[in-house]
Design a protein around this ligand. Structure first.
Ligand code: NDP
Ligand code: 8X3
Length: 249
């Protein structure tokens, strides 16, 4: 039974990946800040597999260290790390950007990913075995107007994905990124700070990806034979051709 640690498992892509992993009998460690949701998911998935939950904010380095260090023995040998926790905060021209939003995105999407990786990688190195999947974005491949800092964080994820793959190559660890386009999750609600109307408009007149679509791809990636590493994958809704080109009805 493989063990997978999924950050951002309380919503969207992370939650659907957790659900699919549970159905496929992976042992899962679910991380997030919303404790009530973690408890619900633990209840739901425990009927299917072994589940452990970790409640921490990826921005808090000490909490990340303590939570991962305290993982029970049964879950301690992590085979798969899904670096998924992340969000956009705001969509503003650089001259109007909110510095708190910038801090949040840099601290969560980049530093948080590093803090978690730093705690999980040594075990993989020791075992000479492991698989890290970094959830990037189309925004890690191209920049779009007002996407400035979010795109910078996802470009950083793209760079870290390449760097991790190089540094961990000698230990036989697989590292790859999945870079989605528009996925209908809580992402836009978070970006627009709870403005549900504005969030819904993002997907108006087009069919976005569902988080289940990305979960299916993650399952495919992690179940390929070990000599196969899907290093970098971009996944778009059919209606989306680039970050800014979307075919709307
Ligand atoms: P959601 O908002 O639905 O989920 C985000 C997840 O990240 C939640 O589980 C949330 O949990 C967790 N999270 C956010 N901030 C923190 C934090 N400070 N500490 C710990 N966990 C945190 O969005 P998605 O599922 O869409 O996003 C998942 C990933 O996919 C992100 O990295 C995003 O950038 C990327 N992505 C999304 C796309 C989209 O269109 N939806 C497209 C391309 C990439 P909690 O709040 O409980 O802590
Ligand atoms: C999320 C997709 O286009 O808002 O990463 O950047 S987008």
């Amino acid at each position: 039974m493989k063990t997978a640690l999924i950050t951002g498992a309380t919503s969207g892509i992370g939650r659907e990946t957790a659900r699919l992993f549970a159905k496929n009998h992976f042992r899962i460690i679910l991380c997030g800040r919303r404790e009530d949701r973690l408890a619900e998911l633990q209840d739901e998935f425990s009927a299917l597999t072994k589940v452990h939950t970790l409640n921490f904010d990826v921005r808090d380095r000490k909490d990340v260290e303590a939570a991962i260090a305290a993982i029970p023995e049964e879950f301690a040998n992590i085979d798969i790390l899904i670096n998924n926790a992340g969000n956009a905060h705001g969509l503003d021209p650089i001259q109007n950007g909110d510095v708190d939003d910038w801090d949040a995105m840099i601290d969560i999407n980049v530093k948080g990913l590093l803090y978690v990786s730093k705690e999980v990688i040594p075990g993989m190195v020791e075992r000479k075995h492991g698989h890290i999947i970094n959830i990037g974005s189309i925004a890690g491949k191209e920049v779009y107007p007002n996407g400035n800092v979010y795109a910078a964080t996802k470009h950083a994820v793209d760079a870290l994905n390449q760097g991790m793959r190089m540094d961990l190559n000698q230990y036989g660890i697989r590292v790859g990124a999945i870079n989605p386009g528009m996925v209908n999750t809580e992402f836009s609600e978070v970006r627009f700070k709870g403005d549900t109307q504005r969030a819904e408009n993002v997907y108006k007149g087009m069919e976005p990806l569902k988080p289940e679509d990305i979960a299916d791809i993650i399952l495919f990636v992690v179940t390929m034979p070990y000599h196969v590493n899907i290093a970098d994958l971009m996944v778009l809704p059919t209606a989306q051709a680039s970050a800014t080109m979307v075919n709307r009805l």
